[in-house]
Design a protein around this ligand. Structure first.
Ligand code: HEC
Length: 146
């Protein structure tokens, strides 16, 4: 009878340790997601000091909206690398494409159709930026993609 009882306590203890180990792991996971930085908290020094103030603001916009699909080098990610993109296209073209690439493609813009075909018709998201935000973003595309 006592043997059975000890075994029972041992089991309970074991279960208790197991549960507390699990919950402490959850705690850790929770903490790690909490420390994920938003772009707002990235200190300016980290955003390359050689960039102009406008380009630094543009880099924030780029990191929050574009970096999931684009690199600033000439390497492909989901979409093409941004290196030299401001030399390849003029400002109006870039703004039009970034705000609604599908519209440009539907209208038959040659360059837009070409890159769309090259990327196996992957649809890029549309963005609504203010004129000022476009100036920042394009400053970064120019300075960061040299
Ligand atoms: C969901 C992925 C995705 C996001 C987010 C994204 N793009 Fe794109 N982008 C693409 C793809 C894919 C292409 C290739 C063209 C196409 O498929 O329409 C492209 C093409 C481009 C091009 C034409 C490049 C060239 O060399 O012809 C530019 C410029 C561009 N993107 C800028 C941006 C900017 C700036 C942002 C952020 C504001 C952005 N993209 C966000 C996927 C994305």
């Amino acid at each position: 009878m006592t043997k059975k009882y000890t075994l029972y306590t041992a089991c309970l203890l074991y279960i208790f340790i197991f549960i507390s180990a699990c919950s402490s792991q959850n705690e850790k996971q929770k903490n790690s997601t909490e420390t994920t930085e938003t772009t707002e908290t990235i200190p300016t020094q980290v955003l390359q000091t050689e960039l102009s103030p406008a380009a630094i603001k543009g880099k924030r916009i780029f990191m929050a909206n574009c970096s999931a699909c684009h690199l600033m080098s000439n390497e492909k990610l989901v979409g093409p690398g941004m290196k030299g993109v401001t030399e390849k296209y003029d400002k109006e073209w870039l703004i039009k494409f970034i705000s609604n690439s599908q519209k440009m493609i539907a209208e038959g813009d040659e360059k837009a159709v070409k890159v769309y075909q090259e990327y196996n018709q992957t649809v890029m998201s549309n963005f609504q930026f203010t004129d000022e935000q476009y100036d920042f973003l394009l400053a970064y595309l120019k300075e960061g993609g040299k």
